[in-house]
Design a protein around this ligand. Structure first.
Ligand code: IPD
Ligand code: CA
Length: 265
């Protein structure tokens, strides 16, 4: 089985196991703080266990880097890392807001740039986004590309959740311009939608995104032809440590990037 097939299969299993849970009291059960620093909810734990059980069942030689469970070594001879955010958009999933997903990626080394495969599954609909290095990005069976043309409506995804007053002040011109700003609450799914061309740019400069929230989106955006930059407008890369937090901008092309940031100081 190819790595991408493993990630796809396990994503389908997560969907089966959590699709009736979102918005129920059962989803919310509190399991204390996970490795990523947030409270682990029952729905997070069920989704993570689905992944761990399947990887054990097929004896996949890897180290899992889970948002809740932390580092789990499933083999003495790992082929690489499975970077797992089994539920991205946990708050939405617990409240029943139909915008949350699973995000699974495989990396051969300790860096984002070594990611070879990524799968993001919309857990409200079961729709799947995937990419393998140099093989393109897909939404279900359709090849996808970022929206590399002049948009009729300029859709600007921008994550402002918990942003500081200083950051809000800095980003103010983006809100003031004639943009249609959007924020849905699940970073990975927003990156997937950007890759599919539903947004022209997606911005998160809060320095809060964990490796688990971004790993699969990293490859899907790149394979869909997007620019993926850090806060200094350099190509985004980072190590896979639990301490790492990133800021990033995913842009369909240089022109939209320049337009949107023209007034940002
Ligand atoms: C969160 C979501 C959210 C973003 C947070 C992340 P989680 O991930 O991606 O959109 O604003 O920074 O932590 O906790 O639901 O996996
Ligand atoms: Ca999560």
């Amino acid at each position: 089985m190819e790595v991408i097939e493993i990630l796809q299969e396990v994503s389908k299993r997560i969907y089966q196991n959590v699709k009736h849970l979102a918005g129920t009291e059962d989803a919310a059960g509190d399991f204390g703080r996970g490795a990523g620093g947030d409270i682990s909810r029952n729905i997070d734990i069920i989704a993570e266990n689905t992944v761990l059980d399947y990887l054990k069942e097929i004896k996949f030689d890897c180290v899992v880097l889970g948002e809740e469970c932390g580092r789990v070594e499933l083999s003495q001879n790992p082929k690489g890392f499975v970077i797992m955010d089994a539920i991205d958009g946990s708050a939405n999933s617990v409240r029943g807001v139909p915008f949350f997903c699973s995000s699974l990626a495989f990396a051969t080394e300790n860096r984002l740039s070594s990611i070879t495969d990524g799968v993001i599954t919309d857990l409200s609909s079961g729709e799947m986004y995937r990419a393998s290095k140099n093989k393109g990005a897909f939404w279900n069976d359709n090849k996808i590309q970022v929206h590399d043309k002049d948009p009729i409506y300029k859709i600007v995804g921008i994550n402002t959740s918990g942003a500081t007053p200083e950051l809000m002040q800095k980003l103010h011109p983006i809100f003031e311009q004639h943009n249609h700003t959007r924020h849905f609450g699940a970073n990975a799914l927003e990156m997937a939608m950007f890759a599919r061309g539903l947004m022209d740019i997606y911005i998160d400069l809060r320095k809060k995104i964990r490796i688990q929230d971004i790993a699969a989106g990293y490859l899907i955006v790149k394979e869909a032809g997007g620019l993926l930059l850090d806060e200094n407008f350099e190509s985004l890369d980072a190590d896979l440590s639990y301490q790492t937090r990133v800021s990033f901008i995913a842009a369909a092309n240089q022109k939209i990037l320049d337009d949107i940031f023209a007034e940002v100081k």
